[in-house]
Design a protein around this ligand. Structure first.
Ligand code: MG
Length: 634
């Protein structure tokens, strides 16, 4: 479909905005009037700029407070419209958006509004222009799409049609099924926005907290499906007012925006009957990415470290039961294994690791997912606007299909049939100081990675995880760190093969915020490792000299009372600083190493039954204990 975006959705000057919009692959824009008012060159220059960038200007918006006026106010309103029509003709814009009147002067009769809209449409038609009428959720007499449609029908002019905006309908929980029965050619324009469900005044919510489809919690797919079922063949456009987007780099936000429309189309395609899809006119053909291959968990995690950090990380991993590493045949890179866990430590002398080290310091530089078809997973990600990452492989080295995540960490896809031999044996020699088969301390697999994000990365990551990895939003909580508020949310694959926990700090003073500031907006903070018996694994690691985060006895007293656990069981947890949670499906036991090494702490987790969460209920206590060890924030 034809993809457009309102210029209000991005940061920058109008010229910077249209350049970012074109670079992200959009076909057109909605010109937001205040952006034009601040443009220093003539409308003709803007028209030529957009044409040079391959962008049409599909809509001029908004034209406010027009319909339902007292008779004496109409002539002035019409002459105001004529001035806008002059401008639209100079810019080559075919349609104006009239949003429902919010003035207390507006009168309620539908016939009056319809007659005035008909007059406006007549004037527009005489210049070859069209008028789209939109119900604002806070319109004085018109705040539902059905009311706007009623006035369009009463006006009965071919140059007047309906503008649908998903936010204004979904924010009011208004029914949108009826849209499917409208004549599609009478829907002149569709604007899409998503949002988190917030208990806010609707104007406040609309003007500051909308986001792109796939970043929120509204039924944007169902809404757009109804417009599509009606036969709508016009632009698929975004109109998003978001305070964070308006201060974020517009190139990144424009990529998110475009990805959101591709995701929306792909989701719609899943819900549509095949016969409808087969009949679709060229302007209604929906984006069809390759199916998402099955993702089967984490294959490996790679650290970029400097010469000072490597011995510390090596020492920690050996104490955690990883044994002697295998060394890469030609590079200062080491491979540590235990169970299905693979950790690669790269001393940052070349390529990706060197660049990562220079800009982020010692930390995780790449993550790898095991999947049923790695090349298809990469191609699908690239079709959804992810940047491919091409490694320069040495002779005999495995080349992995890869993309760059929004924070710059590289994401590799690893074919599950590649196995250990195919992935590592060609590159890594057998450990020279191996003391036979390492037995480990019972750590089996990577359960999840926990990442800290800068506040302006959250929407980007949620959409990335949803669109590229097919993850669904799960457990989510806000909680207090001693130095500010944090929000964490879990994302889980449909078959539970993949889990990721994202956290963002609202305050600059928390350790989470400071970890992010040192990197580039997204950093792996914790690697959670599954084991069958967390108490035994903790005891073994502790015997090898690993320090675990101490858990206050106050917390255990509360736990015993809260979950009605036996004193003997709680004493066993207390003795080993093991934390506990329980949901309807199962139990969760976990313990965390005390100090970060290589940018991360290691968490031992035991996921009993079908426990689906991440133990977020225990996060405030852990953050408080960590803050006690850490320096006072400035
Ligand atoms: Mg709108």
């Amino acid at each position: 479909m034809h993809h457009a975006i309102a210029t209000v959705s991005l940061s920058g000057t109008l010229r910077q905005k249209v350049e970012a919009i074109a670079a992200a692959g959009f076909n057109g824009i909605e010109l937001f009037e205040p952006d034009l008012l601040g443009f220093r060159d003539s409308p003709h220059v803007l028209r030529r700029l957009c044409a040079d960038l391959g962008l049409s200007i599909d809509l001029y918006q908004p034209f406010r407070d027009f319909e339902g006026l007292p008779a004496e106010a109409l002539p002035k309103a019409l002459s105001r419209a004529e001035r806008k029509f002059d401008l639209m003709q100079a810019l080559g814009i075919p349609m104006v958006l009239v949003c429902s009147n919010v003035s207390p002067l507006a009168l309620p009769e539908p016939e009056r509004a319809a007659e005035q809209l008909r007059l406006l449409a007549e004037r527009a038609a005489s210049r070859g222009l069209r008028v789209g009428y939109e119900a604002l959720a806070w319109g004085h007499h018109v705040n539902r799409w059905r009311q706007a449609w009623e006035r369009v029908v009463l006006a009965d002019h071919p140059a007047l049609g309906l503008v649908l905006d998903s936010f204004h309908t979904l924010a009011l929980d208004d029914d949108h099924e009826g849209i499917a029965a409208l004549p599609g050619e009478r829907i002149f324009f569709v604007q899409m926005a998503d949002a988190l469900r917030l208990r806010l005044d609707v104007i406040e919510w609309a003007r500051h907290h909308r986001n792109f489809p796939g970043q929120g919690q509204l039924d944007v797919v169902g809404f757009f499906a109804n417009a599509w079922r009606a036969g709508y063949a016009g632009p698929l456009s975004l109109e998003v007012f978001n305070d964070v987007f308006r201060e974020s780099p517009n190139r990144r936000i424009a990529v998110d925006a475009r990805r959101s429309l591709l995701w929306l189309e792909s989701q719609l395609r899943v819900t549509m009957a095949n016969d409808l899809l087969a009949e679709a006119a060229p302007s209604r053909v929906l984006f069809a990415p390759a199916p998402l291959p099955a993702l089967r968990g984490w294959s490996f995690v790679e650290f970029a470290v400097d010469a000072q950090t490597r011995p510390l990380l090596d020492d920690m991993l050996r104490r955690l039961g990883f044994g002697a590493p295998r060394r890469h045949r030609s590079k200062p890179v080491w491979l540590y294994r235990q169970g299905d866990i693979r950790l690669v430590v790269n001393e940052g002398s070349h390529g990706l690791a060197r660049e990562h080290l220079a800009s982020h310091g010692p930390s995780v530089c790449a993550i790898a997912l095991r999947c049923s078809d790695a090349a298809a997973a990469r191609d699908r990600a690239v079709s959804l606007r992810s940047a491919p990452f091409d490694t320069a492989a040495g002779p005999g080295e495995a080349v992995l299909p890869s993309v760059v995540t929004p924070g710059g960490t590289v994401l590799h896809f690893v074919d599950e049939h590649l196995g250990e031999e195919g992935l590592f044996d060609a590159d890594f020699a057998v450990a020279d100081d191996s003391d036979g088969d390492e037995t480990g301390i019972g750590l089996n697999a990577i359960d999840h990675l926990a990442m800290a994000l800068a506040p302006d990365r959250v929407d980007t990551w949620v959409l990335f995880c949803r669109a590229i990895l097919g993850l669904d939003a799960g457990e989510s909580q806000k909680f207090a760190d001693p130095h500010g508020l944090l929000r964490s949310f879990g994302l889980t694959g449909r078959d539970h093969g993949l889990r990721l926990l994202l956290s963002v700090s609202m305050s600059a003073r928390t350790a989470t915020a400071q970890a992010v500031n040192a990197g580039s907006g997204a950093v792996v903070q914790r690697i959670a490792l599954q084991c069958d018996d967390v108490v035994a694994s903790v005891a073994a690691a502790r015997a090898a000299g690993v320090d675990f985060l101490p858990v206050p006895t106050n917390w255990y007293d509360d736990l015993e009372a809260r979950l009605d656990l036996t004193p003997a069981f709680v004493d066993r947890l207390r003795e080993h600083d093991v934390m506990f949670d329980r949901d309807a499906r199962g139990d969760w036991l976990h313990a965390c190493t005390r100090s970060p090494v290589g940018g991360v702490v290691f968490e031992f987790v035991q996921r009993g039954g079908g426990y689906a969460g991440f133990g977020l209920v225990n996060a405030p206590m852990q953050l408080a204990v960590r803050a006690d060890f850490g320096p006072e924030p400035g």
